[in-house]
Structure formats: structure tokens, C-alpha cells
Design a protein. Structure first.
Ligand SMILES: O=C1O[C@H](COP(=O)(O)O)[C@@H](O)[C@H](O)[C@H]1O
Length: 266
């Protein structure tokens, strides 16, 4: 069973006894959001990341979710992508295709991957243009006070350095306010060329989940969630603060091992 604690500005924090338990809880959370969104808007616009997240989503491919989720209503995006060919082992698209998308009946034309045959800058521009068209048709919802996209769910991982999507600590793109999709060519983690949703787009989503496992990430989890005072470095994961949406952290015990702030109850 997950131990759950609500930390006011930092969202709900769920700590799991095992990766198996976390995967079940994550599948349940995504399935419930999908059901609510399809009921309310007729569609579910979800942005994926790469890394360990996709394997942790694996239970969605099994019963009951493979049958109960309304896959035909899903629209898939990437909160970050590496600018490599789609069949490259570094591609977040390939990871998701192999681990999830090829195993459930998602409509291929609903899968919005990046153009990988251009530069990172052009890929970011192309992707933003594609999202703009889908915002016009409301396949992606729009925020109340701007023309910005409001994804039903953005699923993020976090690196040991606190990076989320491909937004790395101290990088200038962290302060990007005008673009929806940005690019980098100097990622400290290979491959160097990547695109990512900007912080404003992440923080306008209706729901954001940060899915983080392993003791190598415990210090960054502590810095991102606990109140560590004014000297706390500005971590991308800490900057994930949905303005009106809900934030949920899915952690395993090793990732949560340095957390001090939350009081948890079963
Ligand atoms: O490079 C990336 O890393 C992060 C974290 O990956 P993880 O394997 O440590 O979970 C991932 O969320 C992001 O999508 C990816 O491009």
C-alpha cells in the first residue's frame, strides 16, 4: 500500500513499498484521469517523457487497463525528446512505442512525435506549430487566460541532478517564457540535442506527475520537496509547480529516503 502525504505547495507525495506497487498505483492514476478527461472533454491529451517512466507505466498494457481504458480517445505528445532518429536507442518515441504504444490500441494518427530529420531548433518550432493546430481544434485544451496549451496530464521523470523533461539545472531555457517548446544542443546528459516543453507549459497542465525511483535520486527529491531554505539551488523539478493543476509525486522508498518534510500515513 502507498504511504501518502499531502505537502501543500509541493503536491501529493506517494511513497511505494516496491516498484511493482508503484506501477499499479501509477496505472490506476492514469486510467482514472483518462476516464475523467474523456467524460469531460471527449479526449485525453497526455505528454510522456522518456527514461525509467515508460517501464513504470507497463501495467497499463495489462488487464484491466488494456480493456477498460478508452485508448481511441488518447492523444500522445512528448514533454521532451532527444533529436535522434525514431529507431535510435536514445529516442524517447522508440522507448514509448516499444514499451507501451505498440501494446495498446492507440490510433497511430493520434501519436504526435517530433520531426527528427531537422535541427533541434527546427524540431522545437515544428512541434510547437503542431501543438498550436491541435489547440485550435481543442484536441489539446487551452488555458483560461492565454492561448497556451493545457495538457490533461504531463508525465515527467527526474534525473539525479534534478532535471525534469530535458530542462537541466542552471540552463538558460529554464527561464523561457514565450515559447511552448524549447530546444537545447548542449545537454549535459547525452544525447546533446533535445527539445522540451517549457516550464510555463508544464505548469499550466491540469495534472502533472513526477515519477522518481532509486536512492541515487534521494538528495534531489529532498531538495525538490522539502523546505530547505533560501540557499536551495533552483532545481527544475522544484520549479514544477502547476498553477491551477494537481501535482503528484510517485516515489519508491529509496527515492524518498532523505525526505523530511512530509508526514505520511497509510
Ligand atoms: O534524459 C532523460 O532523463 C529523464 C530522467 O530519466 P530516468 O531514466 O532517470 O528516469 C527523463 O525523464 C527524460 O525524459 C529523459 O529525456
Amino acid at each position: 500500500m502507498a504511504l501518502s502525504g499531502t505537502c501543500t505547495e509541493r503536491g501529493e507525495v506517494k511513497i511505494h513499498e516496491s516498484l511493482d506497487e508503484l506501477s499499479t498505483d501509477l496505472a490506476d492514476y492514469i486510467a482514472k484521469l483518462s476516464e475523467a478527461s474523456v467524460k469531460e472533454r471527449g479526449v485525453f491529451a497526455v505528454a510522456l517523457s522518456g527514461g525509467s517512466l515508460i517501464d513504470l507505466m507497463r501495467k497499463l498494457c495489462d488487464a484491466p487497463y488494456n480493456k477498460t481504458v478508452d485508448w481511441a480517445k488518447w492523444y500522445i505528445f512528448w514533454a521532451d525528446e532527444r533529436v535522434v532518429a525514431k529507431n535510435h536507442s536514445n529516442s524517447n518515441y522508440k522507448l514509448a512505442k516499444d514499451g507501451l504504444l505498440s501494446k495498446v490500441p492507440i490510433i497511430p494518427s493520434h501519436v504526435h512525435s517530433i520531426n527528427d530529420s531537422v535541427s533541434a531548433e527546427e524540431a522545437a518550432d515544428d512541434y510547437e506549430f503542431a501543438i498550436r493546430q491541435l489547440v485550435k481544434t481543442r484536441m489539446v485544451s487551452v488555458s483560461e487566460n492565454s492561448d497556451c496549451p493545457k495538457f490533461d496530464l504531463i508525465l515527467l521523470g527526474m534525473g539525479p541532478d534534478g532535471h525534469a523533461a530535458s530542462l537541466f539545472p542552471n540552463h538558460s531555457v529554464l527561464s523561457e517564457k514565450d515559447e511552448w517548446v524549447t530546444f537545447i544542443t548542449d545537454s549535459p546528459k547525452p544525447p546533446p540535442e533535445r527539445i522540451a516543453f517549457t516550464m510555463p507549459v508544464i505548469n499550466l497542465a491540469s495534472n502533472v506527475a513526477l515519477v522518481v525511483t532509486g536512492d541515487v535520486k534521494a538528495e534531489a527529491v529532498h531538495l525538490a520537496i522539502d523546505d530547505v531554505g533560501p540557499d536551495c539551488p533552483s532545481l527544475p523539478a522544484k520549479m514544477v509547480q502547476p498553477m491551477k493543476g494537481n501535482l503528484v509525486w510517485f516515489l519508491d522508498k529509496p527515492a524518498a529516503s532523505k525526505l523530511g518534510r512530509c508526514q505520511f500515513s497509510e
